[in-house]
Design a protein around this ligand. Structure first.
Ligand code: PLP
Length: 359
């Protein structure tokens, strides 16, 4: 066998591997997975039936144009079909957006810490990451981001609310920032957790996109809609960005199961809204309980909360796991805890209280 191996692009060297939230150990003591910002509820009956029906014909390729889903989205969000693109989760679309705008020598900017796929998709494209530290309140420092724009900036991710800190940017601040971004730089407002926002001053990205041709909004069916395992998300953007997304899409990437389940979910929004409301109430309960225990908890507008624990991060995560709850540690920065079912949240709160007592 030859000693040589195929030549791979040097840009791939050192790409951080995407680390999914740790699963609950099979047969182990940990029972609650609060590490991936998933919706803890099982699929809604109507949605499950749609997907099951679609499964009966998975010997066929799916509808490549996602016609029914696009029509449903167009009506639901009042945007032309030409301004829509679907993808294999919103992370798939994030990758396509970087591919479409940036290559070697170009810069992709985002706050840090933020969604961990941003550095990966940037490096895969051979572009350079510009990471702008979060401010002291765990939110985007939009002043610093605006100041960091150069003539090499091609794309800026704005994660609203931010994963993993849960903080959200309000309208006036975001509009001021968008006004400062050159018209030829794409701003991707990643609204994966949009449905969990209760702060009325946080803008709807789809409203911002309407008269801003350089704004693209990312949404997903993975979180509030509970379809994480089916992999479907969508983008709203003006031409030519939406057209670029259609060009760069993996053909037939969104399965018929995902398409039909997404349509059924949009039609079951009332029921879904109740579930989201219950998660938002749990978020308030968990945040208040943590604050009462003495922790500093940034206001979260998403389905998770963030604790900046510094060097105690890994010990805290280990203590939670021992108590039966998997949370998400980030190096020596902090821990993100997804809001799950009441029992899991209670178990987590007990573990947090015990950990605090031992400090
Ligand atoms: C901010 C943000 N964007 C996008 C995604 C990707 O979600 P999906 O690819 O499942 O749509 C996630 C998932 O964790 C996220 O946190």
């Amino acid at each position: 066998m030859s000693e040589k191996s195929p030549k791979l692009r040097a840009a791939l060297d050192g790409i951080p591997t995407y680390r999914p939230g740790k699963p609950a150990a099979a047969g182990g003591p940990a029972a609650f997975k609060l590490s991936s910002n998933e919706n803890p509820y099982p699929p809604l009956p109507g949605v499950l039936e749609s997907a099951t029906r679609a499964a009966a014909s998975f010997n066929r390729y799916p509808d490549m144009a996602c016609t029914a889903l696009m029509a449903e989205l167009s009506e639901r969000f009042d945007v032309p079909v030409e301004h829509l693109a679907t993808g294999t989760g919103s992370v798939g679309i994030a990758q396509q957006l970087v591919q479409s705008t940036a290559g070697p020598g170009d810069e992709v900017m985002y706050a840090w810490r933020s969604f961990e796929a941003y550095p990966i998709v940037t490096q895969v494209a051979g572009a350079t990451s510009v990471q702008v530290p979060l401010d002291e309140h765990e939110g985007h420092d939009l002043e610093a981001m605006a100041a960091a724009i150069t003539d090499r900036t091609r794309l800026i991710f704005v994660c609203n609310p931010n994963n993993p800190t849960g903080t959200a940017i309000r309208r006036a601040e975001l509009e001021r920032f968008l006004d400062r971004v050159p018209a030829d730089v794409l701003v991707v407002v990643d609204e994966a957790y949009r449905e969990f926002i209760r702060d009325e001053q946080v803008p709807d990205g789809i409203e911002l996109y309407r008269d801003r041709p350089n704004v693209c909004v990312l949404r997903t069916f993975s979180k509030a809609y509970g379809l994480a395992g089916l992999r479907v998300g969508f983008a709203v953007a003006h031409e030519p960005v939406a057209a670029a997304l259609r060009k760069t899409a993996v053909p037939f990437g969104v399965s018929q199961l995902a398409q039909d389940a997404a349509v059924a979910s949009l039609r079951s929004e009332d029921l879904l809204r109740e579930r989201v409301e219950a998660l938002v109430a749990e978020r308030a309960r968990v945040s208040a309980a943590l604050t009462a225990q003495g922790w500093t908890v940034p206001d979260s507008q998403a389905n998770f909360v963030w604790l900046r624990l510094g060097e105690r991060t890994q010990d805290f995560a280990a203590a939670c796991e021992k108590a039966g709850v998997i949370v998400r540690p980030y190096g020596d920065e902090g821990v993100r805890i997804s809001i799950g079912e009441v029992e899991g949240n209670d178990l987590f709160l007990r573990a947090a209280e015990e950990f605090r007592a031992g400090l």
